[in-house]
Design a binder for this molecule. Structure first.
Ligand SMILES: NC(=O)C1=CN([C@@H]2O[C@H](COP(=O)(O)OP(=O)(O)OC[C@H]3O[C@@H](n4cnc5c(N)ncnc54)[C@H](OP(=O)(O)O)[C@@H]3O)[C@@H](O)[C@H]2O)C=CC1
Ligand SMILES: CC(=O)[C@](C)(O)C(=O)O
Length: 342
């Protein structure tokens, strides 16, 4: 049976009426949920640690910012919007001591709950509202009257209102405009990690860099290679997003279609699928999570090096030059926000 998809007609903000919603962290997801909810008419406050870089940004957006513990005390629903590996510290120090019966803890990803990096008291709701897209796009689409689809999941339903609250939150951030699907913390965590490693981020970044390198190493100009392997990828993916892979094929040439169906499966062949299955296994067994937590606890050395190497890849310099010729490509202020985690 096809999964039930909740849309605008199934949702209401009523379960959040009269409630205070605290968003802890004002990064990618935090800023998007907070601003979308505020504009939907929900009472939102922000929780941050003293000295957080995000304080000024949130205040400039007209939001009231408190120290995390204070925000948790004031709130009925608490969205933990800090990086997954920072959640245990923030949770044990500032959230858990202030969680009382009747409150709802909300996540956008199940890592901390599924891999048990934190333990939550039994008398609070634990729910998830996970948009299937980056926070900055969740915000952008909401302001354009659109909405990124979202998942909801219930891990603890202490007051029997958990699902209503999750749906109301998903509605408030614009999720029901795109469609909301109910899942479990386990399913969301495992599929989300799989997607970002193999297809969305990891697989695509490596595919683009490999294609660029092959053309440049064969003597073609980096500009040609950039247009072919990165710029046009978005245009093709936009078509897939609008009308599926078959719909994309409607718009490409007959020769491109032949190359697609004949050569594509030789590039992404059975061995790639085998390695995807290995990646999935490492996620399911907890091996990936264990290694990632270890990396964050030992100073992010490998992580920072790999990110820096990525920034130095020649495709970045070529791309920056070519994108500057296309003023309609939205310029994002990401300077100083890249790499170097601690
Ligand atoms: N990025 C995304 O689009 C997606 C993220 N998610 C999930 O959403 C959650 C948040 O991730 P994401 O939005 O990427 O996070 P970000 O890395 O963008 O969040 C950073 C924010 O957390 C703040 N922060 C860091 N440490 C603390 C702390 N000790 N106390 C309070 N605030 C702190 C930062 O403050 P400062 O400015 O001072 O550094 C900043 O405001 C995660 O569970 C993630 O898996 C789910 C779907 C997509
Ligand atoms: C944006 C998203 O859904 C990701 C890639 O899984 C994430 O940032 O965690």
């Amino acid at each position: 049976m096809p999964a039930k998809i909740y849309t605008e007609k199934d949702a209401s903000l009523a379960p959040l009426k009269g409630k205070t919603c605290a968003v802890i962290g004002f990064g990618s997801q935090g800023h998007a949920h907070a601003l979308n909810l505020k504009e939907s008419g929900v009472n939102v406050i922000i929780g941050l640690y003293p000295g957080s870089k995000s304080r000024k940004v949130a205040e400039e957006k007209g939001l009231k910012v408190y120290d995390t513990a204070e925000a948790v005390k004031k709130a009925d629903v608490i969205f933990v919007a800090v990086p997954d590996t920072k959640i245990p510290d923030v949770f044990n120090k500032d959230i858990k001591p202030n969680l009382v019966k009747g409150k709802t803890l909300l996540f956008s990803h199940g890592f901390a709950i599924h891999f048990k990096t934190i333990t939550v008291p039994a008398d609070v709701n634990v729910i998830m509202v996970a948009p299937k897209g980056p926070g900055h796009i969740v915000r952008r689409q909401y302001t354009e009257g659109k909405g990124v689809p979202a998942l909801i999941a219930i891990y603890q339903n202490a007051d029997k209102q958990a699902k209503k609250i999750a749906l109301a939150w998903a509605h408030g951030i614009g999720g029901t405009r795109g469609g909301v699907l109910e899942t479990t913390f386990k399913e969301e965590t495992e599929t989300d990690l799989f997607g970002e490693q193999t297809v969305l981020c990891g697989g695509t970044s490596a595919l683009v860099q490999a294609g660029f390198e092959v053309l440049v190493e064969a003597g073609y100009s980096p500009e040609m290679a950039y247009f072919e392997c990165l710029h046009e990828l978005k245009l093709i993916v936009d078509l897939m997003n609008e009308s599926g892979i078959a719909g994309m094929r409607f718009s490409i040439s007959e020769t491109a279609k032949w190359g697609d169906v004949k050569v594509g499966p030789k590039i992404i062949d059975k061995s790639v699928k085998k390695r995807m299955k290995e990646a999935l296994k490492d996620i399911q067994t907890g091996k990936f999570a264990k290694e990632w937590v270890r990396e964050t606890k030992t100073g992010y050395k490998k992580f920072n090096k790999l990110l820096k190497d990525g920034e130095k890849h020649p495709i970045e310099k070529t791309g920056a030059r070519l994108r500057s010729l296309m003023p309609w490509i939205k310029k994002r202020d990401i300077k100083g926000q890249q790499a170097s985690y601690s």
